[in-house]
Design a protein around this ligand. Structure first.
Ligand code: DC
Length: 220
């Protein structure tokens, strides 16, 4: 199987880009953040303290996560319920980042992620795909953008959805999440040694997609 790994900080455009690359190459897009978000949703719903590693570990034993696809769109099934429409909030994203520091949470998802990549040609995005989940991925990309540009895109996205947001607050949230994801002990966000760095601050979506497909062709 051919595996493309895309890592990078929150808001760098990984999922938008990965979906387009998947379509062009007829690969399956695997969004690992959605898996962490679904586990976080379980914790929030059951009022499990995100600071309590033992409680989170215990809850992990009650969680079953699977993936399915509807019209090529990944769906995350949490204990039999499709929660894909419930995990895109800031609250769930922040909770996901908090519980992602714990070994039982990561172990739970690692096997599922590797299994998916062993069965299909995948483009998988997350924080530790090139470094920990798929160290043998044939193409590895580290996609980033400045925190200002990521905040600008996020504010624009929210405005399109009819919500106004304060730029400084959005940027502060982004920086906090970067710190949390980059400074944890297990599988922190960092660029794999053999990953290609793409800074999309001054690039359009199609330009980034083309750059990744170019890397893929060179590594074929
Ligand atoms: O990409 P996202 O915003 O949906 O991810 C939510 C959080 O999940 C992210 O802040 C950290 C965690 N995560 C992770 O630790 N490892 C991954 N491979 C993907 C996400």
């Amino acid at each position: 199987m051919y595996n493309i790994a895309i890592d990078g900080p929150a808001g760098a455009g990984k999922s938008t880009i990965a979906k387009k690359v998947a379509k062009e190459l007829s690969f399956v897009y695997v969004d690992t953040g959605a898996m962490f978000r679904s586990m976080a949703l379980f914790m929030l719903r059951n009022e499990i303290s995100l600071e309590d590693v033992d409680a989170v570990a215990k809850a992990c034993e009650e969680i079953n996560i699977t993936i399915s696809y509807i019209d090529g769109e990944q769906q995350v099934i949490l204990n039999g319920e499709n929660v894909s429409g419930l995990i895109r909030t800031e609250q769930v994203g922040n909770a996901a980042s908090k519980i992602a520091v714990y070994a039982p949470v990561r172990t739970k998802l690692l096997e599922l992620q590797r299994e998916l990549a062993s069965k299909e040609n995948v483009i998988m995005d997350g924080r530790d795909i090139g470094t920990a989940v798929l160290p043998n991925a044939q193409t590895k990309i580290y996609l980033t953008a400045s925190s200002k540009e990521r905040a600008r895109r996020r504010v624009e996205q929210l405005a399109l959805a009819g919500t106004s947001a304060d730029f400084d607050e959005v940027e502060a949230d982004i920086i906090k999440r970067d710190e949390q994801d980059m400074n944890r002990e297990i599988a922190p966000l960092r660029q794999a040694e053999d990953a290609t760095l793409i800074d999309s601050s001054d690039m359009g979506i199609d330009e980034v997609v083309a750059a990744i497909i170019d890397c893929y062709r060179k590594n074929q």
